[in-house]
Design a protein around this ligand. Structure first.
Ligand code: PLP
Length: 218
């Protein structure tokens, strides 16, 4: 089936489920992005800052851009003026930097905390101990120009569905615990970003309400 038909089907089925689709457009040309834009897609995700800035400058201004991959501190200023949501809030250092750059732009930037639950040696994200650390959570919540809007995570890149399911379940439990902890604004803390092309159905069955899908729909 052509990718554009798969895109249309995936988009419709996610709308039905009330799950937000982040169309991951990294490495895709403006032409490919525009075909999906014309079919109603507005949220696009990128993981490279230069590519993101270039696309933001040339594509329609009502596109809602998400930063999905690990972000280096020295690159934050490039996206701070326009980024709608940063999924990779993976360290206190980057959150502080986002806060500084948001302040400079006179903005409050929406960010997800990235949790590290995968078995394989995932490099980025807060581990379970950190996400239970009251002092750390208070420090994050006190950053005035960062709004924590939920949690993002990735499952291990393995074939074992049971392991993937358990990791998604761990992320959902963490999300619920953090939401109930009242550290973060209750209305804003609403997104659980988990699931990619290969595992998004499983992620949704485990409680995801935001999926980041690239290769399947492009
Ligand atoms: C590339 C990427 C995706 C999308 O992956 P696909 O397998 O192409 O759907 C999702 N999340 C992150 C963080 C990515 O870098």
């Amino acid at each position: 089936m052509p990718a554009i038909s798969i895109f249309t089907q995936v988009k419709a089925s996610l709308e039905e489920l009330d799950v937000t689709l982040v169309a991951v457009s990294k490495t895709q040309s403006n032409v490919h992005i525009m075909r999906r834009y014309e079919l109603g897609q507005r949220i696009f995700g990128e993981n490279r800052v230069q590519e993101l800035a270039q696309k933001q400058a040339t594509l329609p201004k009502d596109i809602i851009w998400h930063q999905i991959g690990h972000l280096q501190t020295n690159k934050v200023k490039v996206i701070a003026p326009f980024i709608a949501l940063i999924h990779a809030g993976d360290s206190l250092k980057i959150l502080r930097k986002i806060n500084d750059e948001a302040l400079r732009c006179n903005r409050i930037i929406d960010v997800l905390l990235q949790a590290k639950v995968a078995q394989e040696d995932a490099k980025f994200g807060f581990d379970l101990v950190e996400l239970a650390n009251e002092a750390l959570l208070k420090e994050i919540a006190a950053l005035p120009n960062v709004q924590i809007c939920g949690l993002m995570g990735m499952a291990s890149f393995v074939a074992d569905e049971e392991q993937i399911k358990l990791e998604f379940r761990t992320l959902k439990n963490l999300f619920d615990t953090l939401k109930d902890s009242h550290h973060f604004n209750q209305e804003s803390f609403q997104f659980l970003s988990m699931g990619m092309s290969g595992d998004y159905a499983l992620a949704i069955s485990e409680g995801s309400n935001m999926v980041r899908i690239g290769s399947l729909i492009f």
